[in-house]
Design a protein around this ligand. Structure first.
Ligand code: NDP
Length: 332
């Protein structure tokens, strides 16, 4: 099989030199294991953190070893009673063509309902992140004014659309280009802006229209975006701290939010979360989003790159904003 290994740890923005695309032999199947051929693999922002040698909620990738990540694969051989040849499963051995892995811990999916890539995005980890962050962490309720950053991405585009469907009175999104802003408006966002066009604080104020402030901020970006949101949050406003992608390639300690003291007077709630702690809501989310997708009330966007050999470039491009919706790689 061919696989990506971590060749060196990036300083700042990752480059292709940090990755090695190598041939590897697959081990013999043992009891309880399956052999999968990957159909689609995921590249995600959190992987940037795993390329660093620091202790975090996911262990760092090891130098010269294959990288890990979400993937959907077809089972070619099985020594498990639970998983049969021909089943399609979501698992954690992405970044490679084929893998031998333990059958327990994989999740079966149905390609007659949705294509493999959807189980890495809207019907998978990023969709659940959007749902859990919005409804469980930020405790969204109908009538709230919602602001989401990284709004054209996999998580953000679902956050905005779910908020609209669940009765938000206004949904505002920010993204990194005019094309993305136009797409957000097509998806039903009430307002959207390009954060490159001027200070986020001022653009957010303008996007509020007649509303005083925001009730919920879904933070994918951190830094200036979080500071701007704190300025414009209403009393008892809630923030779901989902990610801080503006800082993932930082080589120096990041600045801000410098106005955190406002959280006292405004009685804000700022709550970090990891989707891994919310899988008990996966079924609830599937029940909600399935019909909305089927009726076209929610759309999921993907940026699809073909060919396993292009995965590292796709990852680098995703960090730089080349994707709208979920960045995925499909394999032949
Ligand atoms: P996206 O699909 O949103 O892709 C990443 C996007 O980040 C890019 O398209 C780019 O869009 C944007 N971006 C890159 N650099 C910057 C910057 N300096 N400032 C603002 N935006 C930037 O990825 P995901 O939807 O998978 O992830 C979104 C966020 O959610 C990330 O922070 C990620 O770490 C987090 N996350 C957290 C999880 C959790 O359990 N807490 C689970 C999954 C994701 P643009 O063109 O708009 O700049």
């Amino acid at each position: 099989t061919r696989q990506f290994e971590l060749a060196s740890r990036p300083k700042g923005v990752p480059t292709l030199e940090n990755f090695r695309f190598a041939e590897a032999a697959l081990p013999e199947l043992e009891d309880g294991q399956i052999l999968v051929k990957n159909l689609a693999i995921s590249v995600d922002p959190y992987m940037r953190g795993r390329m660093n040698d620091v202790k975090s909620y996911t262990p760092p990738y090891r130098l010269d070893e294959p990288m890990l990540g979400g993937a959907v694969g077809e089972v070619l051989a099985s020594r498990s009673a639970e998983v049969a040849v021909g089943d399609v499963v979501v698992h954690e051995k992405g970044w490679r063509e084929a893998a031998v892995l333990a059958a327990d811990g994989v999740q079966k999916v149905d390609l007659s309902i949705a294509p493999a890539t959807a189980y890495l995005g809207a019907l998978g980890m990023t969709g659940l992140t959007a749902y859990a962050g919005l409804t469980k962490v930020a405790e969204f309720k109908a009538g709230d004014v919602v602001f989401v950053s990284g709004a054209a991405g996999a998580v953000g585009s679902m956050v905005g659309q779910l908020a609209k469907q669940l009765g938000a009175s206004r949904v505002i999104g920010s993204a990194g280009s005019a094309e993305k802003v136009a797409q957000l408006l097509e998806l039903g966002f009430d307002a959207a802006f390009n954060y490159h066009d001027g200070p986020v604080k001022d653009q957010l104020k303008a996007a509020l229209g007649d509303f005083e402030g925001i009730d919920v901020y879904f933070d994918n970006v951190g830094g200036e975006h979080l500071e701007a949101a704190i300025w414009h949050l209403n009393t008892f406003g809630r923030v779901a701290l989902c990610g801080a992608i503006s800082q993932y390639n930082a080589t120096e300690a990041p600045v801000g939010p410098r106005n955190l003291a406002l959280a006292v007077g405004k009685q804000l709630t700022l709550r970090g979360f990891l989707v891994f702690s919310y899988y008990q809501f996966a079924e609830e989310y599937a029940q909600l989003v399935g019909p909305l997708l089927a009726d076209g009330k929610i759309q999921y966007k993907e940026t699809v790159v073909t060919g396993i050999e292009n995965s590292a470039q796709a990852f680098i491009d995703m960090l730089a904003g080349a994707n709208t919706g979920k960045m995925v790689i499909t394999l032949d």
